[in-house]
Design a protein around this ligand. Structure first.
Ligand SMILES: [Zn+2]
Length: 127
């Protein structure tokens, strides 16, 4: 513990925890909306396959299903990133680049609160 903040203007920025909590709530809401849509679709599909295998709607439903699955995977990954960032906030390591250890600029964290690397390390890592 040095007792010195890495970002001198940290107090000006919104608290990272608040921003992360807001993102988390938003992602959770999207996830439950997606899961609701998937439940409806699953019920639809169960009804369809009982009738006719060659129903042209079957393809549409399958495409919609994989679209929703893709969205769900993305939102879950987002939640994992957010939780990781919250862990770093509590551990006091939030905002430090995972590679070079320098402070990630506040502007970058504002856009990407879950960023784990500074811009130059991120581009070097190909992210
Ligand atoms: Zn870095």
């Amino acid at each position: 513990m040095t007792g010195r903040a890495d970002a001198p203007r940290a107090e000006k920025a919104r608290s990272p925890e608040g921003a992360l909590d807001a993102r988390r709530a938003d992602a959770e809401a999207r996830l439950s909306r997606i899961e609701r849509e998937m439940a409806v679709l699953r019920a639809d599909r169960a009804g369809e396959s009982a009738d006719d295998e060659h129903d042209p709607e079957g393809d549409t439903l399958a495409a919609e299903w994989s679209r929703l699955e893709g969205l769900r995977t993305a939102v879950r990954a987002e939640l994992t990133d957010i939780d990781g960032a919250l862990v770093r906030v509590r551990a006091g390591t939030y905002g430090a680049c995972a590679d070079c250890g320098r402070a990630i600029p506040a502007a970058r964290l504002e856009v990407r609160p879950t960023a784990t690397r500074c811009v130059s390390c991120a581009s070097r890592a190909g992210l």
